[in-house]
Design a protein around this ligand. Structure first.
Ligand code: NIG
Ligand code: FE
Length: 409
């Protein structure tokens, strides 16, 4: 590196937890130099090179970590489903509610009625809770429109959020989320519309960064999922999948065959699925909020993911039905207590592995020279503390693309 080093901002005096390779790699009394929104140097404060910085922030302790990445959310929706929550606690199952036209389809009705602006404002509010906890990148799915115009409407709102919010917002087209009422009994008919009409338009208008589907008995079969994946592949869009949430259909193996970025949920995934996912480095996105809310008993095969080297991510799955979760830190705790992840694995799950699940890991997810300067200064002594507290607030300072982000939106 040529010295002296010129940078815009130097941050020093905190423990820098880089999460390189998905491990803590703590730098005690560390420092980080940022130029043009990127990290240009990091290391122990005692080894700071001959550096000229426009600004120098002395942090006086605490932990600096990569900004959190929530790689699976359904943050855009109309209405809420607290009545359904109540129904479930009176003994009616999620599948039963869906079969009676409730569940996802009730959110579809409310989302179709809502204007772009209404969707935008309500999503902004929910998003502000995530951002207050150090989230700097978030993925948001469509999937509550379920006709061409309303799916496009949702995706446009996601793109607008991306323009308005100081965070990276990635859009995923989840048109194959449920069979629309207009296609009741004809899932294949809707899949044809998705493949032949919707996805080409989405691609042409650059409205999505990836394509997702819900592969499950109450949604789409593996064969229908495969049709969606083929259409996405032809358009050059990466795929991901809601797989093995309620039953084992080998959807995650199918996703792996299509080099999916991720397969998500996975409570019913098998050892074979884990092997297939390892081969394609498809990320296992674990969603403890949905597991918890549905009072699921089957655990995702974490031991198999470890054994075969499948990267694991953790996300909020924020949605009105199965995971009205607006705290990624709570999800970290639940991934440890419910699924047995270590705090280090859980934190890798909202940093480097979440970046992999979105295909942005060469620029995001860890603190390394050349990567985008998205990081958070936390008032804690050890990174595990971020996972340990249940609820409460840990006021943090968020640096987004090298700039301090205002605490309120
Ligand atoms: O990720 N599994 C399917 N989709 C959502 C649930 C959406 C809903 O119930 O509204 C999920 O859990
Ligand atoms: Fe989901």
């Amino acid at each position: 590196m040529p010295f002296p080093l010129n940078c815009d901002t130097l941050w020093s005096g905190a423990t820098v937890v880089t999460m390189r390779d998905g491990k803590y790699h703590e730098i005690l009394d560390g420092a980080l130099a940022v130029k043009h929104g990127k990290i240009v140097w990091l290391g122990p404060r005692s080894e700071i090179p001959d550096i000229t910085a426009q600004q120098h922030h002395h942090l006086n302790g605490g932990v600096v970590m990569p900004g959190f990445i929530d790689c699976h959310t359904h943050l855009i929706f109309g209405g809420d489903r607290s009545a359904e929550f109540e129904k479930r606690l009176n003994g009616v199952s999620y599948a039963q509610i869906a079969a009676e036209g409730g569940g996802i389809l009730s959110t579809v009705r409310a989302t179709r009625k809502a204007s772009e602006d209404e969707l935008l404002q309500s999503a902004r509010q929910r998003l502000s809770c995530l951002l207050a906890e150090g989230v700097t990148s978030v993925e948001i799915k469509s999937g509550y429109g379920l006709d061409i115009d309303n799916e496009i409407k949702m995706l446009r709102v996601i793109r607008q959020l991306g323009e308005q919010i100081p965070a990276d917002v990635l859009a995923t087209c989840l048109a194959a989320h449920a069979v629309p009422p207009e296609f009741s009994g004809d899932a294949d008919g809707w899949v044809s519309v998705v493949c032949e009409q919707l996805l080409p338009r989405v691609k042409q208008q650059n409205l999505a960064d990836a394509v997702d589907a819900f592969c499950e008995h109450l949604a789409f079969s593996p064969a229908q999922t495969e049709r969606v994946f083929r259409a996405a592949r032809e358009l050059g869009l990466p795929v991901k999948l809601h797989a093995e949430q309620l039953s084992a259909l080998a959807g995650s193996s199918l996703a792996a065959r299509f080099n999916a970025l991720s397969a998500d949920h996975l409570e019913y995934a098998t050892e074979d699925d884990a092997r297939a996912m390892a081969a394609s480095q498809t990320v296992a996105v674990l969603l403890p909020g949905a597991f918890y809310l549905l009072r699921e008993k089957q655990h995702p095969p974490v031991a198999a993911f470890r054994k075969y080297g499948v990267p694991m991510a953790i996300a909020s799955d924020a949605n009105p039905g199965t995971s009205p979760a607006l705290s990624l830190r709570l999800m970290l705790n639940m991934a440890c207590t419910l699924f047995g992840l270590t705090p280090e694995e859980a934190l890798a799950g909202v940093t480097l592995n979440a970046a992999k699940a979105l295909g942005i890991h060469t620029s995001h997810g860890s603190l390394e020279v050349g990567k985008v300067a998205n990081f958070v200064h936390w008032p804690v002594a050890r990174p595990a503390e971020l996972v340990y507290w249940l609820g409460g607030q840990l006021p943090c300072t968020v640096i987004y693309q090298g700039e301090k982000r205002e605490s309120s939106l």
